[in-house]
Design a protein around this ligand. Sequence first.
Ligand code: FES
Length: 115
Amino acid sequence: MTRLCDLDDLPEGGARGFEVPGLACKVIVVRRGGRVHGWRDFCPHYKGGTPMAWKRDAYLNGAGDHIACHAHGAWFDIETGACVQGPCLGKRLIRVPLTVDEAGAVRLRQREERT
Ligand code: FES
């Protein structure tokens, strides 16, 4: 299982993006409510998918309560990945299964090979 970071490196309410060997896009990890949520950095508004942050690790909206695509302003629910505002309503982000091991490392639960 690919290790992304230590849980302590990700503050509550924070988000970070990680390059993963074999994946064409980054993996976004959001820590919220004591849980971690993983999503591909791949906005469903654009047919081929596109990265969503306007600068490094800037994946959340101003209030920090949604994942935001800064290309055209879509907002996504952090827990479900559903678009709740913007041009891709009805679409969702692609979940990346994560686990936190007993040592506190955040890891991909399985290696994702699809793009
Ligand atoms: S590419 Fe993400 S909202 Fe348009």
